[in-house]
Design a protein around this ligand. Structure first.
Ligand SMILES: [Zn+2]
Length: 371
């Protein structure tokens, strides 16, 4: 048995935005509300949680699907969050409690939509991992994406005994006990590793600061249950659904420790953000430490928009002068540049998409070189 250790500095920290998962069909944030509001999705429209969300948006926002004019997702969440934080009601129907429910339903619809395209391995993320493993393993990844393509694409490398993904938070799955037996598949990379099975294994921190589709949160024991491939939501009742193997029978997830109904763990885009969830605030701290000890920070497919004030705060606090910063983004807009230049004057902009970066490996190899 041996313990895996991390170096005291990191050669490269990657920060991934929606542009990294978009090539595999994961919708960008600006596409999510149009998908919910478009008239042709009967599955959403006819479900309990879908119809409640549509009613709320129809009554409180104005939009023109014909001209593709829709409200911003941040604005819808911002409006809900205003009432929730002030403990106010909107009217006799939209009481404070009702607004909390609508917000949770909207989160579950986002979960449902983002999940649609993520049930397959991604070639791009596979190539990304492959170059990292070949060139430089002293790397961490901070991702703002909820989807699980990045981890899913690591599976072949885990099977080749190369190493592990460290989600940087305690998972219930690590606990031993009869009730958790079927969830014990995930190895704790911070615990002792059977070194005979792995030759020189490595552990990669994957810090999902906005949560993940395969995390289920218990607000009783404040822990996360990882259900690697179960990300389904029952739109009729808003429940998280597990699937039994091999017969495919569906069941509702409850906490294996205390029986409490499990919740989603994703931070929605909103002009009003809160870090009340202890798991997400802990991940935010872990991300801060990684940024501080990084020699190089590489942003991929991330626009650092004004709604991400919390990310700007995190970066502004922990990026010091000596760091090399690189922004990989196919967009040439002035706004993107000014967002980044407000962090630091010395930024290297590379005009490539994630697909181009991982397909033509020379740029990525250069980024990974530690000199
Ligand atoms: Zn629990």
């Amino acid at each position: 048995m041996k313990f895996l250790e991390y170096n005291s500095t990191r050669d490269v920290v990657f920060i991934l935005g929606a542009g990294a998962s978009h090539p595999d069909g994961v919708p960008l944030q600006k596409h999510i509300l149009p998908m919910i509001l478009s008239k042709d999705d009967n599955e959403i429209k006819n479900s309990l949680i879908g119809s409640e969300v549509l009613k709320f948006i129809n009554e409180n926002f104005h939009f023109y699907p014909k001209d593709e004019v829709y409200p911003q997702l941040e604005a819808v969440f911002g409006f809900l969050d205003y009432f929730i934080q002030q403990s106010e009601s909107l009217n006799s129907y939209y009481t404070n409690t009702k607004l909390v429910e609508v917000r949770e339903y909207l989160i579950k619809l986002i979960h449902h939509i983002v999940n649609i395209e993520t049930d397959k391995p991604s070639k791009y993320y596979h190539d990304f991992w492959e170059t990292i493993i070949d060139e430089n393993r002293n790397v961490s990844i901070i991702t703002l994406n909820y989807d699980t393509l990045l981890e899913h694409s690591f599976v072949p490398f885990h099977k080749k005994k190369i190493g592990f993904i460290d989600y940087c938070t305690h998972l219930m799955n690590y606990e031993k006990g009869e009730n958790l037996k079927e969830f014990n598949f995930w190895i704790n990379p911070r615990g002792p590793i059977k070194s005979s099975e792995f030759i020189d294994p490595v552990s990669f921190k994957v810090i999902k600061v906005h949560g993940s589709l395969n995390w289920k949160y218990c607000n009783c024991c404040n822990q996360v249950l990882l259900t690697t491939w179960d990300r389904k939501i029952d739109l009729e009742h808003g429940k998280l659904i597990g699937i039994k193997y091999p017969d495919g029978e569906e069941y509702e997830y409850v906490c294996p420790i205390d029986g409490t109904e499990l919740q989603t763990l994703i931070m929605p885009p909103s002009f009003v953000k809160n870090w009340n969830n202890p798991i997400l605030s802990q991940l935010n701290n872990e991300a801060s430490r990684e940024i501080r000890i990084a020699n190089k920070i590489v942003f991929i497919g991330y626009s650092l928009s004004n709604a991400d004030v919390h990310i700007k705060a995190l970066l502004k606090k922990h990026i010091n002068d000596g760091k090399e910063i690189c922004v990989i983004n196919p967009k040439k807009e002035y706004e993107l540049k000014t967002n980044y230049l407000s962090l630091n004057d010395n930024i290297n902009f590379v005009n490539n998409s994630f697909e181009e970066l991982v397909t033509d490996k020379t740029i990525l190899k250069n980024l990974l070189s530690s000199d």
